[in-house]
Write a protein that binds this ligand. Structure first.
Ligand code: M2E
Length: 250
């Protein structure tokens, strides 16, 4: 972690989510071998985590592997799975040292037993940390998340623990991933596309969206800090008209 404390923008987002896109294009542009872009992408995360922890972001969630990524070439999927295991082992000592809670969201049934054990152990070893929460979305999709929550509620109705009338957005919010975390209030996508790509659809209902052409391995703390500053300056209306919302005091 750096020694000079960064200027802290205000108000801060409570929960930043990042779609880390651009690894493959970065690798090709740099003339690197297959998978090298993902390795560069892995290493790009550390300074971002460090900045978020230092300025006081409560939760940082990153999209490491989506439900749709299973359709990528088998060799790339295998490499990403290996890279995930390597990264968890690499990151765990840092999480311990900086008291960061490590959590994973996504459909674990599609993952290897080895990766599932590694994830569960990392979560158990860091569950008591309070400096910040780093969430890694692996085999995750927003539509899977909502369907998975609906399935659990339907089972509770069948089991007589719930009535159909009990099911509303508050109840559903208790069953989606990260139910105990603050809603995503800032969602960033690198790599130049303007899509949510099925990431945290429920949790990001009111998120401020930020897009950048920067490829993920080249995304810097400076660019993130600029975005976080802009977040603080945006008028946030939550569906109300401008006249109903106080402009933030200068
Ligand atoms: C990550 C995974 O493209 C992905 C390759 C693996 C590393 N990565 C990017 C991650 O997002 C696990 C942890 Cl513990 C941290 C970061």
């Amino acid at each position: 972690m750096s020694t000079s404390a960064p200027l802290i923008p205000s108000p801060l987002p409570h929960h930043i989510a990042i779609i880390m896109d651009g690894n493959n294009r970065y690798g090709k542009a740099q003339g690197l071998g297959p998978g090298a872009g993902h390795i560069a992408g892995k290493d790009a995360l550390d300074p971002i985590v460090e900045y978020c922890r230092e300025v006081g972001i409560e939760v940082l969630t990153v999209f490491a592997f989506s439900s749709e990524n299973w359709q990528r070439p088998p060799a790339e999927v295998a490499l990403l799975m290996q890279l995930l295991a390597l990264t968890i082992n690499e990151q765990l000592p840092r999480m311990q040292k900086y008291e960061i809670q490590l959590r994973f969201i996504g459909d674990r049934s599609l993952l290897s037993e080895e990766l599932r054990v590694l994830m569960a152990d990392a979560e158990a070893q860091t569950a008591h940390h309070t400096a910040m929460t780093l969430v890694i979305a692996i085999s995750y999709g927003g539509q899977w998340d909502i369907a998975h929550a609906a399935q659990q509620l339907a089972q509770q109705v069948l089991d007589g623990q719930l009535t159909v009338a009990d099911i509303n957005k508050e109840k559903l919010s208790e069953y989606v991933q990260l139910a105990d975390a603050p809603a995503v209030d800032m969602l960033i996508r690198t790599g130049g596309d303007y899509r949510l790509s099925n990431f945290l659809l429920w949790q990001s209902a009111y998120a401020e969206l930020f897009f950048t052409d920067t490829l993920w391995p080249q995304f810097s703390v400076a660019e993130l800090a600029t975005m976080v500053t802009e977040f603080g300056q945006r008028q946030r209306r939550f569906g109300k008209a401008s006249e109903q919302v106080e402009m933030p005091s200068v």
